[in-house]
Design a protein around this ligand. Structure first.
Ligand SMILES: Cc1cc2nc3c(=O)[nH]c(=O)nc-3n(C[C@H](O)[C@H](O)[C@H](O)COP(=O)(O)OP(=O)(O)OC[C@H]3O[C@@H](n4cnc5c(N)ncnc54)[C@H](O)[C@@H]3O)c2cc1C
Length: 401
């Protein structure tokens, strides 16, 4: 079916509102009648909204995808595990997935891949999964892109989920994009909000766009499953309900799809003298105001005294003062600590996007007009090189360290 738009000649009064509204310059007036250049028109609908006389009719064709939408059921969550330990992002997805599944009257399912991981299924059921698909094979002990993606593609094709959620973690990002491409589904990355459209029952996927300046809501009306990744710490974890019961389905897959061109030789964990910021309750973060890498030692010392982790702005990471794993913000980690202490960070929107949900924000900056102060619970105007050591000494004394 072809897409179509037309001006109703008997209704058009030639007011020109549609000409002004068209962002593509596709409409002009011809003898007090709007004429649409179909070569330029993108069927965005701006003219239809602008016309006060209902004189423009648009029929946007549903592409004939051949997809049997009714066959796609359930809300799926990828249960990321590392060394057999289900990661907290999976519990956050279960918390959000539960609401979506209830809205749709569908089951909430978790997909768990690994080796000797069956025991983790109970944990997933206790956190809200109605059904856990388990693929338990030695080849899946550690995450490797190819076999993990191949197994998930097989699972999606076999069981046809309506919605498939995955953490926007290093593993999730690498994995789920391969799956989306192979099953010809759209994928919305880094969602901060997920709801169901009450009319169409489509998944409304909200995420920051244009550098965090606007929130965009994205829909995948023509493809299934509807796939989205969600950042860690943006959504609330599902609480465990001890004794909750659910189903477990052990899935078999052909040995052929477990083959991989890459092999994991070893794993070298990053050496951390302080707490990992993704899980930290307190974060002491440094920005360009730290001036050089050695000065981060001052933040590490404060963080150690108060049991926190060390974060950084992108400016500090780009300057190679601290590794990327410490970066907080739009292109770094989203953190949700109880206390966030920002030292020498101006508070640009991309940084705020990663830490604004902290309960208490303390900003130390020598510029009283720094934007971070608008967001801060407590602001200290002054030189961080004087203030941070004073705080460290004070906390040492207070905590008897
Ligand atoms: C697409 C995109 C994605 C981005 N993603 C991120 C992201 O994930 N995370 C992120 O942080 N940024 C990100 N940025 C960069 C962001 O726009 C800012 O450039 C960055 O956050 C600035 O870092 P800063 O605050 O450390 O540096 P600056 O903006 O230079 O601020 C330094 C601050 O230190 C203060 N200062 C200096 N000396 C002292 C002192 N002795 N005592 C006290 N205060 C002092 C200054 O007054 C100033 O306010 C992104 C940008 C883009 C375009």
């Amino acid at each position: 079916m072809a897409d179509a738009i037309k001006v109703l000649e008997e209704t058009c009064v030639g007011c020109g509102l549609c000409v002004k509204a068209c962002p593509f310059g596709a409409i002009e007036m011809d003898n007090r009648l709007a004429r649409i250049d179909l070569a330029k028109c993108t069927l965005c609908g701006a003219c239809v909204d602008a016309c006060k006389f209902d004189a423009i009719e648009m029929r946007k064709a549903q592409p004939e995808t051949g997809i049997d939408f009714a066959a796609y059921k359930d809300v799926w969550v990828f249960a990321e595990q590392v060394d057999g330990q289900v990661q907290s992002i999976a519990f956050e997805l279960l918390g959000e997935g539960r609401k979506l599944a209830d809205d749709l009257g569908m089951r909430l399912c978790a997909v768990l891949l690994g080796s000797n991981i069956e025991t983790a299924t109970n944990e997933l059921i206790e956190r809200g999964a109605d059904l856990v698909y388990v693929v338990d094979r030695p080849e899946l002990e550690h995450f490797v892109d190819e076999p993990y993606a191949a197994v998930l593609i097989e699972m999606v094709q076999r069981h046809k989920p309506n919605i498939f959620l995955c953490g926007a973690s290093t593993i999730g990002r690498s994995l789920v994009s391969r799956v989306a491409v192979s099953v010809n589904a759209g994928l919305t990355a880094d969602c901060t909000g997920l709801t169901i459209d009450p009319e169409t029952k489509n998944l409304l996927q909200t995420r920051p766009a244009f550098g965090g300046n606007i929130m965009a809501t994205i829909v995948s009306p023509n493809h299934r499953p509807q796939m989205a990744t969600v950042r860690h710490k943006v959504m609330k974890e599902a609480d465990p309900q001890p004794g909750r019961t659910g189903e477990k389905l052990i899935e078999e897959v052909a040995a052929e799809i477990l083959k991989s061109r890459t092999k994991r030789l070893s794993f070298v964990p990053e050496e951390e003298s302080t707490v990992n910021i993704a899980e930290a309750n307190i974060i002491v973060s440094g920005g360009r105001g730290m001036q050089k890498p050695e000065n981060f030692e001052m933040l590490r010392e404060l963080a150690e005294v108060i049991g926190g982790g060390v974060g950084a702005s992108r400016a500090a990471v780009d300057a190679d003062w601290i590794p990327y794993s410490h970066q907080v913000g739009q292109t770094g980690k989203t953190v949700c600590p109880k206390i966030y202490i920002a030292c020498g960070i101006s508070g640009q929107i991309q940084h705020l996007a990663g830490m604004s949900s902290a309960d208490i924000i303390v900003a130390i900056n020598r510029d009283p007009d720094a934007p971070i102060f608008k967001m801060a619970t407590y602001g200290i105007v002054g030189d961080l090189f004087k203030i941070v050591p004073m705080l460290t000494q004070h906390f040492k004394k207070m905590l008897g360290k």
